[in-house]
Design a protein around this ligand. Structure first.
Ligand code: BYC
Ligand code: FE
Ligand code: FE
Length: 473
């Protein structure tokens, strides 16, 4: 069950061979996907050979496969984690019943919407990252970017498989539409706000993979609890890929901070731009931007969509099974932050309606661990600077705080003051231009790294740091 035949036209562990209609439908979608990849996928000059990891099965050993691949030849396919025998629904009105192998008619529209939204983010991120290969700080980093890009492409396949296998004609239409929207396009944008922002430079990429891929982690964990078993199994396997994306984020940010602090220590100055590295105030502004934009991805604090998704069994909580409560939440409350009578206050609302907020809180706790790690790097150099996360109401566009103008410290001020001070808190055009100026070209010679970033502490798959991760010919 677990093994995958990479020689199949569409590698899979879902026995596509025995379902001719489904296989034909996916074989028709495949060239459209490849056209999309050629049009919107990574711009890499001559097609390089990249030292990529490809899954050959869904167990741990299936991840041991590394080798040189030209990206369009990557074996995108459909991999579901192995079924759990006698799996039962873990929460909501159907708690305790057997999980579903087919989509119940009553929940079809809601489930399709979740799958489409999840699917839409995957190609969006590839589009956002499309040009970064031109400015990579090393071959090691370029390889990591391409690994992420091919896996986000595979995550699109994961959702498209569900649409084709379980949603008939409208599923096929949605699968086509996933290839037609474009990140940042005025007429046919991607669905969620953060996926229409640009990821113009490598600091933005590391922030994105640290924060926005981490939204992916929390959403996928919630969907991995789903009563719709094919979705749960798909998400469980996607999570094993996601771990590397967040690794690229946190280690990338740590290496940037490390390099900056080396300069601060060696030259005894905060004025580090003369030495061609990223100053910590600019780093903090990027953190403020990406954190606030990513918080929006969790939706409104109080949401009847989220309540319905939970009671129907479509989407659970993070680590649902480990939570010690009734897993129905009909009587429970949850504290949600509100701006009320001139102050931020925690107000109790029905827990079912607060599930987006709860997931956002879980996410924030996870991000804080990462920020703590970055601050430890800073302290280890004896540098007196502390990175902080901005207030949750800062720079929000979705939910209860969208209409408020809030500083990173959590003071509510007038709109005009906020706009006048925006450049203190968010990357200004000149901050972005400075960061971009550090990355004028791609660095790919094995073992060489851009000046603004420290080398990693170890290579990929036990290879040396100066291993040839990307072969350009
Ligand atoms: N932008 O009741 P609400 C990843 C809409 S990242 C625009 O709060 P709900 C990845 C909302 O659609 C993970 N619109 O909504 C990372 C609704 O509109 P309608 C992606 C937004 O459904 C890096 C209305 O506002 N996966 O995998 O409770 C690289 C009311 O909102 C936004 C998922 O998100 C927004 N940010 O919550 C690659 C999981 N937020 O329908 C990949 C699937 C809300 O009333 N999605 N709206 O017209 C969901 O679970 C939910 O749809 C959301 C929204 C959590 C996103
Ligand atoms: Fe993904
Ligand atoms: Fe990801």
């Amino acid at each position: 069950m677990a093994s995958v035949d990479l020689n199949d036209r569409i590698p899979n562990n879902v026995d596509l061979a025995s379902d001719r209609r489904l296989r034909r439908a996916l074989e028709q979608w495949q060239p459209a996907f490849l056209d999309w990849w050629r049009e919107m996928g990574p711009v890499a000059g001559a097609v390089p050979e990249v030292y990529l990891r490809t899954a050959t099965s869904v167990d741990r050993s299936g991840w041991a496969n590394f080798g040189y691949t030209r990206m369009p030849d990557y074996r995108w396919g459909v991999f579901l984690a192995d079924p759990e025998p006698d799996r039962r629904i873990g929460f909501g009105d159907h708690k305790g019943e057997p999980v579903w192998q087919r989509v119940p008619g009553d929940y079809r529209a809601a489930l399709r919407r979740l799958i489409v939204i999840q699917g839409d983010t995957e190609p969006a991120s590839v589009e956002q990252q499309r040009h970064l290969g031109r400015t990579c700080p090393s071959g090691y980093d370029l390889r990591n970017l391409f690994q992420i890009n091919v896996e986000e492409g595979r995550h699109l396949w994961a959702m498209v498989y569900l649409l084709h296998a379980h949603f008939g004609r409208d599923g096929r239409e949605e699968a086509q539409a996933l290839l037609e929207r474009r990140s940042g396009d005025a007429d046919r944008p991607r669905i969620l706000t953060a996926f229409n922002e640009r990821t113009p430079d490598w600091l933005a990429l590391f922030m994105f993979t640290f924060l926005t891929d981490r939204d992916g982690k929390f959403q996928l964990y919630s969907l991995a609890e789903s009563a719709f078993d094919p979705l749960a199994r798909t998400c469980r396997f996607m999570l094993t890929e996601e771990a590397h994306h967040m690794f690229v984020g946190i280690t990338g940010l740590s290496r940037v901070v490390q390099r900056t602090c080396e300069i601060m220590r060696d030259h005894g100055t905060d004025d580090v731009r003369r030495f061609g590295v990223i100053d910590l105030p600019t780093f903090q502004r990027y953190l403020n931007f990406h954190f606030s934009v990513t918080l929006d991805l969790f939706g409104a604090e109080v949401s009847t969509n989220a309540a319905a998704g939970y009671t129907s069994g479509l989407k659970g909580r993070f680590h649902e099974t480990d939570i010690d409560d009734d897993h129905r939440l009909n009587a429970a409350g949850y504290l949600v932050l509100r701006w009320q009578d001139g102050a931020f206050r925690k107000v109790e609302v029905p827990a079912l309606n607060a599930l987006n907020e709860r997931l956002r809180d879980d996410f924030i706790a996870d991000v804080e661990v990462g920020v703590g790690r970055l601050n430890r790097v800073i302290r280890s150099f004896g540098v007196d600077f502390e990175l902080t996360l901005p207030h949750v109401a800062f720079n929000r566009r979705v939910g209860a705080f969208a209409e408020l103008d809030v500083t990173p410290q959590g003071a509510v001020i007038d709109a005009a003051d906020w706009r006048a001070r925006e450049e203190e808190w968010l990357p200004s055009a000149s901050n972005r231009a400075y960061v971009a100026s550090l990355m004028p070209e791609a660095i790919t010679e094995p073992g060489r790294f851009a000046n603004w970033i420290a080398p990693p502490s170890r290579g990929i798959n036990h290879q040396a740091i100066d291993f040839e991760y990307v072969r350009l010919d």
